[in-house]
Write a protein that binds this ligand. Structure first.
Ligand code: ADP
Ligand code: ZN
Length: 749
């Protein structure tokens, strides 16, 4: 037999190897193997089995890694789809599909020595006092980790070894399963009685799951949409619908994958899932996969799934590849989130992979959001997805009142524009008086966004990026938010021959908001949450814990406080500078602003008191702001889709973004021009193709690299991907210039 193997080091090719007889039973498609390659030994994955090979002088597979094949044929097929669609070699796709810790050659389980009591045969031998003590302890526990026994008995391993010699005790290594949530105390929960909208949504999902499970010949009429968009306002009880849909999957003997953006994957969220399935007849382990796990933890979680002991997986982006089999349901919560897109190869979008995987494995896919992406809503409009709506909050709470403050007017009244409008200041004072809590949101960290000299016009720039440096007051440094470059903040203008001591800081970040607040409300407890204040692993939980228990009156933060958090005592949310994200050079700027405002506003009034949101904006009449004020997604969609249609932007078309980068700008520009000519001939067959560029990237220089972009738009992306892969492979770029291809990009910078 011959095995066709992809190697981790040789990209874009497969190699044939002989399967030695002793491995014949073990090797299947998906097995991890070690093979000779030139003078080296390398790891690879079996992708095909064949009777014969066109090549001669084949070498043999050296070793099979792991008892079970790691990649199931289904997941392997998915990896192939990713490679084809996202224009990358299969090996790169496989790297995402299998976590590093699982791919390693050495078995990754941790072993621990256990002492175990053995039944006494015949007469009990004579024992020392020490030995009797140890034995008494073990009689009570039956078995326990050796280290723990030694600590309890205050003795050394020798004592226990003597008992082993006498045949009274066994000491054996046992696999120790690392459980990242071992120290959490999880309370079991019961299904809630659903309200009418939830019931309707759940029934539709369950009906689709039943159809998907039925044998093919029984499926007429043909199944309805497999994928659903669950559009439910914040707090409408989407999670409860997911939980009950998962219950249905378990009843069908199937498993489920729940994707949650990394930032929302809080212990709170995990607990809700673990709690529901920790007891009862359907009880199962719930595996958690996210980037903060240690390699060992990830290894163990993955194998719990592979062995079928954990039938439910909750995790961030890469959990979409979890080896759940059979798979009944995939939930993608907050489906509009951009973090589902991986920003390095393979540049896949986990939501889109979810839809493809669902189709292939007969699993129902539920995309949930309070602010659906235009892509998903467009698919609803075209009848590709079914729409399920939860228009009211599950607890019957009102949506918060949103007030917009025109900051241009504020600017006229005082000297310069204040950080806080009179309205926001009054509202804060009022809420603090009532002992209620306030959240303030500004999606920019640091103190000032730039350092400028009013005399000579000097602006402190990053030496590596085309970007102004941000001033951080707490450590008196200028920092680049792209590459991390740091420099001490100067006290006089460093401009040649200037030296003006009156340099100025312009713009504001969260640090300045915090400092200004401290002056306004000296008695309030203020806390700032952004990536500068989160230094240790548990900082995030600590800050939120303090806020929850009322130790903090005002929480100031970036993006990270906008999402999915639930604090009943927050009655006021202030958005300091709502149009910040409108100025991004990106066709999705409006959509992002609408989503952000809606998400942030959703934090207010989740308790008994009605919530209020104050939005400060310089373009108060912008549709993104106005529709968000009215909680009107459908209205926003209608006007935004018109704009996309006119300009042929997604979701009306699809984009491939080609970026050439290198340290020498001329070479990069020259290569990009050359690429354009190649594309013009190579893609002539794609009739609806629109090509723009090459043009400098919005951020021309990042981390010392110059970047030029070509943007391609078409409705026929699969076809374009194929051609692009072919064209890219045929090119040879100067040594220090490289090309990246990003299909369906979310980041255009
Ligand atoms: P979403 O995921 O849509 O933001 P959640 O699932 O977090 O909403 O629900 C918000 C709150 O409403 C939660 O505290 C949840 O326990 C509660 N809830 C959800 N469904 C019901 C229901 N049918 N009856 C009572 N409370 C519910
Ligand atoms: Zn930089």
């Amino acid at each position: 037999m011959i095995a066709r193997v992809t190697l981790e080091i040789a990209l874009g090719k497969e190699f044939d190897y002989l399967i030695p007889t002793e491995f014949e039973r073990q090797i299947e498609v998906g097995s991890r193997v070690k093979v000779p390659f030139g003078p080296r030994q390398v790891m690879g994955c079996v992708t095909t089995l064949a009777e014969s090979s066109p090549h001669t002088n084949l070498r043999s597979i050296l070793k099979v890694v792991g008892a079970q094949s790691l990649v199931t044929p289904k997941v392997l097929a998915l990896a192939r789809w990713i490679a084809d669609y996202y224009c990358c070699p299969v090996e790169i796709a496989l790297k995402s599909v299998l976590p590093e810790s699982v791919r390693r050659e050495k078995e990754g389980w941790q072993k621990q020595l256990y002492a175990r009591l053995l039944p006494v045969v015949g007469e009990k031998p004579k024992l020392t006092k020490r030995q009797i003590e140890v034995l008494t302890l073990l009689e009570e526990w039956r078995e326990m980790p050796l280290q723990q026994l030694l600590a309890l008995a205050e003795t050394t391993a020798d004592t226990v070894r003597r008992l082993e010699d006498k045949g009274l005790v066994s000491i054996t290594p046992q696999t120790l399963e690392r459980d990242p949530y071992a120290h959490e105390h999880i309370l079991p929960t019961q299904a809630l009685a659903l309200n009418a909208d939830q019931t309707k949504a759940l029934s539709a999902i369950m009906a689709a799951m039943d159809v998907a499970s039925a044998p093919a010949e029984a499926r007429h009429p043909p199944p309805p949409a497999k994928t659903f968009l669950l559009y439910g306002v914040t707090g409408s009880g989407k999670t409860e619908v997911y939980l009950q849909a998962i219950t249905h999957a378990l009843q069908q003997g199937k498993g489920a994958i729940v994707l949650v953006p990394e930032i929302s994957l809080t212990p709170q969220t995990v607990e809700r899932f673990k709690g529901r399935f920790s007891s009862g007849p359907l009880r199962t382990l719930v595996a958690v996969l996210h980037s903060h796990l240690s390699a060992g933890e990830r290894h163990d979680e993955w194998h719990k799934i592979r062995q079928g002991r954990a039938r439910i997986v909750i995790g961030a982006r890469s959990a979409i590849f979890a080896p759940v089999d059979p798979l009944g349901l995939i939930v993608v919560d907050e489906e509009h989130e951009h973090s589902y897109k991986q920003e390095e190869a393979p540049r896949y979008h986990a939501r889109d992979v979810a839809v493809v995987r669902g189709q292939r494995e007969g699993a129902v896919v539920v995309l949930g959001s309070a602010t659906p992406s235009l892509e998903s809503y467009y698919n609803v409009q075209r009848g590709k997805y079914g729409l399920l709506e939860l228009p009211i909050r599950a607890d019957d709470k009102q949506m918060p009142v949103v007030r917009i403050v025109d900051m241009r007017m504020e600017g006229k009244q005082e000297k310069g524009v204040p950080i806080f409008s009179q309205r926001l200041r009054d509202a804060m004072a009022d809420r603090l008086d009532k002992k209620e809590q306030v959240m303030l949101f500004l999606n920019r960290r640091g103190y000032a966004t730039s350092l400028q000299c009013p005399k000579c016009g000097y602006v402190a720039q990053c030496p590596n990026c085309s970007l102004a440096l941000t001033y951080h007051r707490h450590n008196q440094k200028l920092c680049c938010h792209i590459c991390g470059h740091e420099a001490p903040a100067p006290t006089r203008c460093p401009g040649e021959k200037c030296g003006n001591p009156a340099i100025r800081f312009a713009g504001m970040g969260t640090e300045k908001v915090e400092a200004t607040l401290a002056k306004l409300f000296p008695h309030a407890n203020i806390r700032r949450m952004d990536s500068d204040t989160l230094k240790r692993k548990d900082d995030y939980r600590r800050h939120l814990g303090d806020f929850r228990t009322g130790k903090i009156d005002i929480l100031v933060g970036t993006q990270m406080i906008a999402k999915g958090l639930h604090f009943p005592n927050v009655t006021l949310v202030g958005i300091i500078y709502a149009d910040l994200s409108l100025h991004m050079p990106d066709f999705r700027a409006s959509e992002r602003t609408f989503q952000l405002l809606t998400q942030v506003a959703g934090r207010a009034g989740r308790g008994d008191v009605e919530g209020e949101v104050v939005v400060q904006a310089f373009t108060p009449f912008h549709p993104a702001i106005q529709y968000a004020r009215r909680h009107d997604f459908a209205g926003f969609y209608e006007q935004e889709i018109g704009f996309r249609e006119q300009l042929k932007y997604p979701p009306v078309s699809r984009i491939a973004l080609l970026t050439m980068k290198g340290r020498n700008e001329d070479k990069v520009r020259f290569s990009a021009d050359h690429l354009k000519r190649e594309l013009e001939t190579g893609l002539a067959g794609i009739k609806d193709l629109i090509m723009a560029g090459p043009a400098p990237a919005p951020l021309l220089r990042a981390e010392t690299y110059y970047r030029y972009q070509i943007m391609l738009r078409t409705r026929q992306m699969s076809r374009l991907s194929q051609s692009l892969a072919r064209i890219a492979q045929a090119q040879k770029w100067p040594d220090d210039v490289s090309l990246t291809i990003d299909i369906d990009p979310v980041n255009l910078m």
